[in-house]
Design a protein around this ligand. Structure first.
Ligand SMILES: [Zn+2]
Length: 283
Protein backbone atom coordinates (compact mmCIF):
# COMPACT_ATOMS: atom_id res chain seq x y z
CA UNK A 1 0.00 0.00 0.00
CA UNK A 2 1.08 3.54 -0.65
CA UNK A 3 2.27 5.24 2.45
CA UNK A 4 -0.06 8.11 1.73
CA UNK A 5 -2.96 5.71 2.05
CA UNK A 6 -1.55 4.28 5.26
CA UNK A 7 -1.38 7.75 6.67
CA UNK A 8 -4.93 8.53 5.64
CA UNK A 9 -6.18 5.41 7.34
CA UNK A 10 -4.48 6.40 10.56
CA UNK A 11 -5.93 9.88 10.28
CA UNK A 12 -9.41 8.58 9.58
CA UNK A 13 -9.23 6.17 12.47
CA UNK A 14 -7.91 8.88 14.74
CA UNK A 15 -10.71 11.23 13.88
CA UNK A 16 -13.45 8.60 14.10
CA UNK A 17 -12.17 7.48 17.44
CA UNK A 18 -12.32 10.95 18.92
CA UNK A 19 -16.09 10.68 18.65
CA UNK A 20 -16.36 7.12 19.89
CA UNK A 21 -14.10 6.82 22.89
CA UNK A 22 -15.65 6.56 26.31
CA UNK A 23 -12.51 5.41 28.14
CA UNK A 24 -9.24 3.68 27.39
CA UNK A 25 -7.57 0.39 28.33
CA UNK A 26 -4.34 -1.27 27.17
CA UNK A 27 -2.79 0.51 24.15
CA UNK A 28 -5.97 2.44 24.58
CA UNK A 29 -9.11 2.25 22.50
CA UNK A 30 -7.61 4.69 20.03
CA UNK A 31 -4.38 2.79 19.51
CA UNK A 32 -5.97 -0.63 19.10
CA UNK A 33 -8.54 0.67 16.68
CA UNK A 34 -5.86 2.40 14.61
CA UNK A 35 -3.73 -0.78 14.45
CA UNK A 36 -6.62 -2.88 13.19
CA UNK A 37 -7.80 -0.32 10.66
CA UNK A 38 -4.31 -0.20 9.21
CA UNK A 39 -4.26 -3.99 9.13
CA UNK A 40 -7.68 -4.37 7.56
CA UNK A 41 -6.78 -2.10 4.66
CA UNK A 42 -3.81 -4.33 3.86
CA UNK A 43 -5.59 -7.69 3.94
CA UNK A 44 -5.60 -9.91 0.87
CA UNK A 45 -9.00 -10.67 -0.64
CA UNK A 46 -8.98 -14.13 0.87
CA UNK A 47 -7.99 -12.93 4.33
CA UNK A 48 -10.50 -10.09 4.26
CA UNK A 49 -13.28 -12.57 3.44
CA UNK A 50 -12.34 -14.86 6.35
CA UNK A 51 -12.04 -11.93 8.77
CA UNK A 52 -15.48 -10.74 7.74
CA UNK A 53 -16.88 -14.22 8.25
CA UNK A 54 -15.31 -14.61 11.69
CA UNK A 55 -16.40 -11.22 12.99
CA UNK A 56 -19.80 -11.08 14.68
CA UNK A 57 -22.54 -9.65 12.44
CA UNK A 58 -22.87 -6.48 14.50
CA UNK A 59 -19.26 -5.54 13.67
CA UNK A 60 -20.31 -5.06 10.06
CA UNK A 61 -16.97 -6.38 8.86
CA UNK A 62 -15.09 -3.74 10.82
CA UNK A 63 -12.13 -5.37 12.58
CA UNK A 64 -10.97 -2.04 14.04
CA UNK A 65 -14.17 -1.66 16.00
CA UNK A 66 -13.52 -4.91 17.87
CA UNK A 67 -9.78 -4.73 18.47
CA UNK A 68 -10.17 -3.24 21.96
CA UNK A 69 -12.43 -6.25 22.80
CA UNK A 70 -9.72 -8.18 24.67
CA UNK A 71 -9.52 -5.36 27.21
CA UNK A 72 -13.25 -5.53 27.82
CA UNK A 73 -13.22 -9.24 28.76
CA UNK A 74 -10.61 -9.05 31.51
CA UNK A 75 -13.34 -9.60 34.11
CA UNK A 76 -15.09 -12.37 32.21
CA UNK A 77 -11.75 -14.04 31.43
CA UNK A 78 -9.48 -13.16 34.38
CA UNK A 79 -6.94 -15.72 33.13
CA UNK A 80 -6.33 -13.44 30.15
CA UNK A 81 -4.97 -10.54 32.22
CA UNK A 82 -1.28 -11.58 32.15
CA UNK A 83 -1.51 -12.03 28.39
CA UNK A 84 -1.47 -8.28 27.73
CA UNK A 85 2.14 -7.65 28.74
CA UNK A 86 5.63 -8.99 29.37
CA UNK A 87 7.70 -8.11 32.41
CA UNK A 88 11.45 -7.96 31.82
CA UNK A 89 14.23 -7.52 34.40
CA UNK A 90 14.68 -3.89 35.46
CA UNK A 91 17.13 -1.84 33.39
CA UNK A 92 18.42 -4.78 31.35
CA UNK A 93 16.60 -3.49 28.27
CA UNK A 94 16.43 -6.95 26.77
CA UNK A 95 13.84 -9.67 26.27
CA UNK A 96 14.16 -13.42 26.43
CA UNK A 97 11.20 -15.75 25.89
CA UNK A 98 12.60 -18.41 28.23
CA UNK A 99 13.35 -15.90 30.96
CA UNK A 100 10.46 -13.43 30.67
CA UNK A 101 7.46 -15.16 29.14
CA UNK A 102 6.20 -16.58 32.36
CA UNK A 103 3.35 -15.60 34.67
CA UNK A 104 3.40 -15.00 38.42
CA UNK A 105 2.74 -18.65 39.22
CA UNK A 106 5.63 -19.72 36.97
CA UNK A 107 3.51 -20.87 34.04
CA UNK A 108 5.76 -20.82 30.99
CA UNK A 109 4.57 -19.14 27.80
CA UNK A 110 1.84 -17.30 29.71
CA UNK A 111 2.60 -13.78 28.53
CA UNK A 112 1.90 -11.47 25.60
CA UNK A 113 4.35 -13.23 23.26
CA UNK A 114 3.00 -16.65 24.15
CA UNK A 115 -0.55 -15.39 23.59
CA UNK A 116 0.25 -14.20 20.05
CA UNK A 117 1.85 -17.55 19.24
CA UNK A 118 -1.14 -19.37 20.70
CA UNK A 119 -3.91 -17.43 18.96
CA UNK A 120 -2.20 -17.26 15.57
CA UNK A 121 -1.74 -21.04 15.81
CA UNK A 122 -5.43 -21.47 16.62
CA UNK A 123 -6.34 -19.43 13.55
CA UNK A 124 -4.38 -21.88 11.41
CA UNK A 125 -7.20 -24.30 12.28
CA UNK A 126 -9.53 -22.35 10.03
CA UNK A 127 -8.86 -24.57 7.03
CA UNK A 128 -9.30 -27.78 8.96
CA UNK A 129 -12.61 -29.61 8.67
CA UNK A 130 -13.04 -29.92 12.42
CA UNK A 131 -12.27 -26.78 14.37
CA UNK A 132 -11.72 -27.01 18.09
CA UNK A 133 -11.44 -23.32 18.93
CA UNK A 134 -13.70 -20.29 18.95
CA UNK A 135 -11.94 -18.65 16.02
CA UNK A 136 -13.78 -15.37 16.44
CA UNK A 137 -12.15 -15.00 19.84
CA UNK A 138 -8.83 -16.23 18.48
CA UNK A 139 -8.94 -13.49 15.82
CA UNK A 140 -9.86 -10.79 18.30
CA UNK A 141 -7.22 -11.84 20.81
CA UNK A 142 -4.50 -12.17 18.14
CA UNK A 143 -5.34 -8.77 16.66
CA UNK A 144 -5.40 -7.06 20.04
CA UNK A 145 -2.18 -8.64 21.28
CA UNK A 146 -0.33 -7.78 18.08
CA UNK A 147 -1.09 -4.17 19.00
CA UNK A 148 -0.03 -4.58 22.63
CA UNK A 149 3.35 -6.11 21.82
CA UNK A 150 4.21 -2.97 19.86
CA UNK A 151 3.45 -0.65 22.79
CA UNK A 152 6.94 -0.22 24.25
CA UNK A 153 5.77 -0.24 27.87
CA UNK A 154 3.84 -3.47 27.42
CA UNK A 155 7.32 -5.01 27.41
CA UNK A 156 8.56 -2.97 30.36
CA UNK A 157 10.37 -3.38 33.65
CA UNK A 158 9.03 -5.74 36.30
CA UNK A 159 9.25 -3.54 39.40
CA UNK A 160 7.32 -0.59 37.93
CA UNK A 161 4.85 -2.83 36.02
CA UNK A 162 5.71 -1.32 32.66
CA UNK A 163 5.54 2.24 33.96
CA UNK A 164 2.22 1.71 35.75
CA UNK A 165 3.66 2.72 39.12
CA UNK A 166 5.54 5.76 37.78
CA UNK A 167 3.39 8.82 38.41
CA UNK A 168 4.10 11.76 36.13
CA UNK A 169 2.65 15.15 35.39
CA UNK A 170 1.18 15.32 31.92
CA UNK A 171 -0.07 18.80 31.04
CA UNK A 172 -2.73 19.59 33.67
CA UNK A 173 -3.08 16.08 35.07
CA UNK A 174 -1.16 13.57 37.09
CA UNK A 175 -1.13 10.18 35.43
CA UNK A 176 1.09 7.13 35.06
CA UNK A 177 3.88 6.83 32.53
CA UNK A 178 2.20 3.70 31.16
CA UNK A 179 -1.00 5.62 30.52
CA UNK A 180 0.93 8.38 28.73
CA UNK A 181 2.07 5.76 26.21
CA UNK A 182 -1.21 3.84 26.01
CA UNK A 183 -3.39 6.84 25.45
CA UNK A 184 -2.25 10.35 26.35
CA UNK A 185 0.26 10.92 23.55
CA UNK A 186 -2.28 9.75 20.95
CA UNK A 187 -5.06 11.86 22.44
CA UNK A 188 -2.81 14.90 22.55
CA UNK A 189 -1.98 14.39 18.88
CA UNK A 190 -5.69 14.19 18.12
CA UNK A 191 -6.34 17.31 20.13
CA UNK A 192 -3.83 19.22 18.03
CA UNK A 193 -5.77 18.29 14.90
CA UNK A 194 -5.27 15.69 12.21
CA UNK A 195 -2.44 17.59 10.59
CA UNK A 196 -0.44 17.35 13.74
CA UNK A 197 -0.36 13.56 13.68
CA UNK A 198 2.96 13.75 11.92
CA UNK A 199 2.62 13.38 8.20
CA UNK A 200 6.39 13.71 7.96
CA UNK A 201 6.74 10.60 10.04
CA UNK A 202 4.72 8.56 7.59
CA UNK A 203 6.47 9.78 4.50
CA UNK A 204 9.82 9.04 6.05
CA UNK A 205 8.73 5.41 6.50
CA UNK A 206 7.79 5.05 2.84
CA UNK A 207 10.82 2.89 2.16
CA UNK A 208 10.75 1.06 5.46
CA UNK A 209 7.35 -0.61 5.36
CA UNK A 210 8.59 -3.65 3.43
CA UNK A 211 11.43 -4.08 5.89
CA UNK A 212 9.00 -4.31 8.80
CA UNK A 213 7.72 -7.61 7.48
CA UNK A 214 10.90 -9.65 7.81
CA UNK A 215 8.83 -12.56 9.04
CA UNK A 216 5.12 -13.20 9.29
CA UNK A 217 4.47 -15.78 12.02
CA UNK A 218 6.55 -16.60 15.08
CA UNK A 219 8.14 -13.13 15.14
CA UNK A 220 7.36 -12.19 18.73
CA UNK A 221 11.00 -12.29 19.89
CA UNK A 222 11.79 -9.47 17.47
CA UNK A 223 8.69 -7.40 18.27
CA UNK A 224 9.20 -7.69 22.03
CA UNK A 225 12.88 -6.84 21.72
CA UNK A 226 12.03 -3.76 19.65
CA UNK A 227 9.52 -2.68 22.30
CA UNK A 228 11.79 -3.02 25.35
CA UNK A 229 14.52 -1.24 23.37
CA UNK A 230 12.13 1.63 22.60
CA UNK A 231 10.93 1.62 26.21
CA UNK A 232 14.51 2.21 27.38
CA UNK A 233 15.44 4.68 24.64
CA UNK A 234 12.25 6.72 24.72
CA UNK A 235 9.61 5.87 27.34
CA UNK A 236 11.72 5.54 30.49
CA UNK A 237 14.50 7.88 29.42
CA UNK A 238 14.83 10.85 31.76
CA UNK A 239 11.68 9.88 33.67
CA UNK A 240 11.42 9.28 37.38
CA UNK A 241 8.29 9.13 39.46
CA UNK A 242 7.12 12.70 39.90
CA UNK A 243 8.63 13.91 36.61
CA UNK A 244 6.90 16.62 34.67
CA UNK A 245 6.63 15.34 31.13
CA UNK A 246 4.61 18.14 29.70
CA UNK A 247 4.05 21.74 30.68
CA UNK A 248 0.65 23.36 30.53
CA UNK A 249 2.21 26.50 29.07
CA UNK A 250 4.33 24.92 26.42
CA UNK A 251 2.23 23.41 23.64
CA UNK A 252 5.20 22.03 21.71
CA UNK A 253 6.42 20.01 24.65
CA UNK A 254 9.67 18.15 24.25
CA UNK A 255 8.56 14.74 25.59
CA UNK A 256 5.39 14.77 23.49
CA UNK A 257 7.15 15.96 20.33
CA UNK A 258 9.98 13.47 20.53
CA UNK A 259 7.84 10.47 21.55
CA UNK A 260 4.87 10.94 19.21
CA UNK A 261 6.84 9.67 16.17
CA UNK A 262 7.75 6.54 18.14
CA UNK A 263 4.09 5.93 19.05
CA UNK A 264 3.01 6.40 15.43
CA UNK A 265 5.76 4.13 14.17
CA UNK A 266 4.75 1.36 16.55
CA UNK A 267 1.04 1.66 15.66
CA UNK A 268 1.88 1.49 11.96
CA UNK A 269 4.27 -1.44 12.38
CA UNK A 270 1.68 -3.34 14.41
CA UNK A 271 -0.97 -2.83 11.73
CA UNK A 272 1.31 -3.81 8.87
CA UNK A 273 2.52 -6.91 10.68
CA UNK A 274 -0.95 -8.00 11.79
CA UNK A 275 -2.08 -7.83 8.16
CA UNK A 276 0.86 -9.89 6.97
CA UNK A 277 0.23 -12.53 9.64
CA UNK A 278 -3.48 -12.78 8.76
CA UNK A 279 -2.68 -12.86 5.04
CA UNK A 280 -0.29 -15.72 5.66
CA UNK A 281 -2.75 -17.63 7.84
CA UNK A 282 -5.75 -17.23 5.55
CA UNK A 283 -4.15 -17.76 2.13
ZN1 LIG B 1 -4.20 -5.09 25.96
Amino acid sequence: MENGKLFHIILISFSLIIIATPCAHGWGYEGHTAVCRIAQARLSKAAAAVVKKLLPAYANGNLGALCPWADTVKFRYPWSRPLHFINTPDHLCSYSYARDCIDKSGEKGFCLAGAINNYTNELLDYNKKKQQYNLTESLLFASHFMGDIHQPLHVGFTSDKGGNTINVKWFKRTTELHHVWDTDIIKKAQGKGANATDMNGFSQWRNQVKGWVFCTLGCTNSYATESITAACQWAYKGVQSGSTLADTNIVADKYFNTRLPVVELRLAQAGVRLASALNQIFT
